[in-house]
Design a protein around this ligand. Structure first.
Ligand SMILES: [Zn+2]
Ligand SMILES: [Zn+2]
Length: 207
């Protein structure tokens, strides 16, 4: 299994198995990278331009074959247990759902160091074990790519301590449910308060 720069498990054997569509893919199947960042990779952009900027890997979901593939989460729902984020309008509370890296990008995005230490020859006992996808070694791999998913705080901790995997069929931790319900209650209180304030005047009733 791949590991983070700190040596903790990322919780999945093949990040590409759960990775979503490329962040650069437009709704009509074109490559936004080639359209807007042509100068960053002129040869790549020219090849895409010659094909009306169509994404060259998306139709087959062969994401790993593209040098500019990147899939980062919008962070709204835990990929493992399904817990949804509840954001409170007036608070800076720590989010319930966090971004978790399955794979780190290349030098131009997040830095060479992070990419290097996730290579298969690094830390930990898993590194020496045969990899599930060893048979795919000859497949086109233009990576490393940055791939993230959303995990709730509770699943995130479990994944990094190695007791859970991202693709487990799990339901939310009781503590996660309690935290979510606590926020929903606060959310309702806040909206009741602002309704009251609208009704009774700008200072909330004026004490
Ligand atoms: Zn979760
Ligand atoms: Zn993480």
């Amino acid at each position: 299994m791949e590991r983070t720069p700190e040596g903790t498990p990322v919780g999945i054997d093949d990040p590409y198995a759960v990775a979503g569509a490329c962040d650069h893919l437009t709704d009509d199947g074109r490559c936004r990278f080639a359209l807007t960042r042509a100068g960053d990779d002129p040869a790549f952009a020219a090849a895409r331009r010659a094909d009306d900027h169509a994404c060259h890997v998306g139709p087959d979901a062969e994401w790993r074959a593209c040098p500019h593939y990147r899939s980062t989460t919008d962070g709204r729902e835990c990929a493992r247990c399904g817990l949804a984020e509840v954001r409170l309008a007036h608070e800076d509370a720590r989010p319930l759902v966090e971004e978790h890296h399955l794979s780190y990008g290349d030098a131009d995005d997040v830095g060479r160091a992070a990419a290097d230490v996730t290579a298969a020859d690094d830390l930990g006992p898993d590194a020496a074990a045969p990899r599930d996808d060893a048979g795919d070694a000859d497949r086109d791999d233009a990576g490393p790519h940055e791939i993230t998913v959303a995990l709730c705080r509770w699943c995130h901790a479990k994944v990094h301590t190695g007791v859970a995997r991202v693709d487990d069929d799990a339901s939310p931790d009781p503590e996660a449910i309690a935290a979510r319900e606590g926020r929903r209650t606060r959310e309702r209180e806040e909206s009741a308060f602002s309704t009251a304030r609208e009704r009774y005047g700008s200072d909330g009733g004026g004490e």
